[in-house]
Design a protein around this ligand. Structure first.
Ligand SMILES: [Zn+2]
Length: 327
């Protein structure tokens, strides 16, 4: 994200936007109006700091995406379009300056398909590789028809799609113990995957390259239940798409961010070695603090580890290996 955010609340005339309080060098408080949201460090905005940390962890390239709290799906569409363009311009400028070290995903004003479709084309021209969207859009699931134009445009422009959980279901009822992040996020990701499967999104847009964060959340461990539900109650599940859910295993990507070698091995077996790729959640605490460690420690061939560490991600992003300066 940029080091300085415009005063969006003043500009648009209503509240709810994040501002940054740079209360000491190297750190800032993200404030939602007067309410403290999260402390962030300079590695959120300083590309040089990021590259230093990447070098330390032997990371050649990072994929930049916007922090979900800045999605602004709740705002007026024109205003969310304004903030998305600002954030995307910033990511694109870093990718432009350091193309071997960074690639980027655009955020979209998902509350307007028309504006989102325009922004996909603009982001493509700016050199971004794909888009990042939330697991729901103001509580609408990703199978809603109003998003189909967006998927169609992403597919046509060959822009990959990264689905990240946010606006977690049930959050209000489980504020303690970090439960929105520990329980809500994995459930949100499963909600997104199931909505896209049952809604026929993968059927309708077969070339759309979709990736889900955090190892697919709770989806991989509940696919048996999902498939069984489809088999016994097609009257409830097969209303928009009569293709069996397990057919889609291997058709979408998930990241490796499971924090557990057994879980990672399971998703490789389930989703396939060509569709699992390194995810870090850098620089936040629920991420893999030593990026790639769980992959490196897998009992797998170097060929499979290379797929997980970079080859699958490059395939998803549509980036040629030549762009990287692999040592
Ligand atoms: Zn994440």
């Amino acid at each position: 994200m940029p080091e300085k955010l415009p005063r969006w609340a003043d500009k648009f005339g209503y509240k709810g936007f994040i501002s940054l309080d740079h209360h000491k060098p190297c750190c800032a408080r993200m404030m939602k109006d007067d309410e403290f949201f999260r402390e962030i460090e300079s590695n959120c905005w300083d590309a040089h700091k990021r590259m230093e940390e990447c070098d330390h962890h032997h990371v050649d390239m990072q994929v930049l995406s916007t922090i979900p709290v800045l999605f602004h799906y709740w705002a007026k569409a024109d205003d969310a379009n304004d903030t998305a363009r600002f954030l995307n311009d910033h990511i694109a400028s870093i990718v432009h300056d350091f193309p071997q070290r960074f690639s980027g995903l655009a955020t979209l004003p998902m509350q307007s398909a028309t504006l989102s479709v325009k922004e996909i084309s603009r982001a493509k021209k700016l050199g971004l590789s794909g888009i990042e969207i939330g697991s729901n859009v103001n509580d609408l699931n990703l199978n809603e028809r109003q998003f189909f134009d967006i998927y169609e445009a992403a597919e046509a422009e060959d822009m990959c799609v990264f689905v990240h959980p946010w606006n977690m279901m049930g959050a209000k009822n489980m504020q303690q113990y970090w439960l929105p992040w520990l329980v809500g996020m994995p459930a949100e990701t499963s909600r997104a995957i199931c909505s896209m499967i049952f809604g026929g999104v993968f059927e309708r847009f077969p070339k759309l390259k979709v990736a889900f964060a955090h190892g697919g959340g709770s989806f991989p461990s509940t696919i048996g239940r999902v498939q069984h539900g489809f088999d016994v109650r097609p009257d409830l599940t097969a209303i928009d798409n009569d293709v069996s859910p397990s057919t889609y295993l291997g058709k979408f990507f998930v990241d490796t961010l499971t924090h557990d070698p057994r879980a990672l091995q399971y998703i490789i077996d389930l989703i396939g070695e060509n569709k699992v790729m390194l995810g870090t959640d850098y620089p936040f605490p629920l991420g893999e603090l030593e990026p790639g460690k769980v992959v490196e420690e897998l009992n797998a061939s170097q060929g499979i580890k290379d797929k997980l560490l970079f080859e699958n991600a490059l395939e998803w992003l549509g980036i040629d290996t030549k762009r990287l300066n692999i040592k």
